[in-house]
Design a protein around this ligand. Structure first.
Ligand SMILES: Cc1cc2nc3c(=O)[nH]c(=O)nc-3n(C[C@H](O)[C@H](O)[C@H](O)COP(=O)(O)OP(=O)(O)OC[C@H]3O[C@@H](n4cnc5c(N)ncnc54)[C@H](O)[C@@H]3O)c2cc1C
Length: 300
């Protein structure tokens, strides 16, 4: 049995953000329970969010943009400078490194590579029952547990759409991108029969960018359909010329008016997407989990 003030189940965006804030305030000893590599651990991904002021995440930011653009279906661009905000990109691997380093240096900070099987209420807190990679079991007892594991199913709702997308990290043969200008929505892509579609371009260098094809609709596409849409967007809309796809990322984010209960027990709280942090209109979550983490750290 190990003991701590706070057990964080899941070391994704929400779990790492909360651990980061707790090590900053020193308000509590914290154990982050994250499964070893395998089916429960999501693939590496990038999180973008609007930022102003200091948030302590600079060490994990790989790019930022101070000019944002939207292209209408008629091809006309609308450009805004959202100062004092910038749009920033954090890679999940960089964020994990930053927070794990902080946990290693913090008094009472700990990362447990284990799968959480159950969370049970006990007098004065809750206990997380975990399986270690060697198959043995361990219990983590905490005064409070914050659980970010994905829900087995979304709660009932009137609206259940998905923001679903695939992205290519491309390298072009010549400089084709303007670093500093992010294309958030480009409606010059063909529109689906139901829902809407847009391109998204985040330049990382004159010859490198993350280019995504996104739909807001009921069902994800096949990988082949995303690939075909991305090929068309890069070739016929952006006219990027010869390019290499260095990495891909893909996801489906719920856009729903479902109510996500925050409390799962007297001392157990859900955080992140499972705790309703995803903005239904856009699928954005990262900024909300920063607010959620700050509020929890301040309250402890
Ligand atoms: C590819 C992709 C790109 C995205 N980009 C953006 C973006 O740019 N901006 C934005 O705001 N949002 C973005 N989102 C949406 C949202 O920010 C992410 O889904 C985010 O990861 C949600 O954070 P979370 O902590 O709720 O879930 P996750 O980050 O998925 O974390 C859940 C964690 O729980 C762990 N876990 C699962 N089962 C167990 C178990 N049994 N025991 C212990 N741990 C367990 C998993 O390993 C995982 O680390 C993106 C989503 C995807 C999929």
């Amino acid at each position: 049995m190990s003991r701590c003030d706070v057990a964080v189940v899941g070391g994704g965006a929400a779990g790492l953000s909360l651990a980061h804030r707790l090590t900053e305030t020193g308000a509590a000893t914290v154990t982050v329970i994250e499964p070893p590599d395998g089916p429960l651990r999501p693939a590496e991904r990038t999180w973008c969010y609007w930022h102003a002021g200091a948030d302590g995440l600079d060490g994990a930011v790989s790019a930022s943009w101070s000019v944002l653009r939207v292209h209408g279906a008629d091809g006309l661009p609308v450009t805004v400078e959202p100062a004092p905000f910038t749009y920033r990109m954090v890679r999940s691997a960089d964020f994990e490194r930053l927070v794990h380093d902080r946990l290693a240096r913090a008094d009472g900070g700990h990362v447990l590579r284990a799968t959480a099987d159950a969370v049970r209420a006990v007098p004065g807190g809750a206990e997380v029952h975990c399986t270690l990679p060697d198959g043995s079991t361990v219990h983590v007892r905490a005064r409070r547990v914050f659980d970010s594991r994905p829900l087995p199913a979304l709660p009932p709702a009137r609206t259940q759409l998905l923001q679903h997308f695939r992205g290519w990290f491309v390298r072009t043969a010549t400089g084709r991108f303007a670093p500093g200008v992010a294309d958030l929505m480009d409606f010059r892509v063909p529109q689906p029969a139901h829902g809407l579609a847009f391109g998204y371009v985040l330049p990382l260098a004159p010859d490198r960018a993350l280019v995504e094809y996104t739909e807001f609709s009921r069902r994800p596409l096949t990988t082949q359909a995303y690939e075909s849409a991305l090929g068309h967007y890069c070739r016929d809309v952006l006219r990027l010329g010869p390019l290499t796809v260095e990495r891909t990322e893909q996801g489906a984010i719920p856009m729903t008016d479902a109510r996500f209960p925050h409390r799962a027990g007297p001392s157990v709280f859900r955080i992140g997407t499972a705790g309703g942090a995803t903005r239904p209109a856009t699928g954005y979550t990262f900024a909300a989990v920063q607010r959620q983490a700050r509020a929890i750290a301040a309250a402890l």
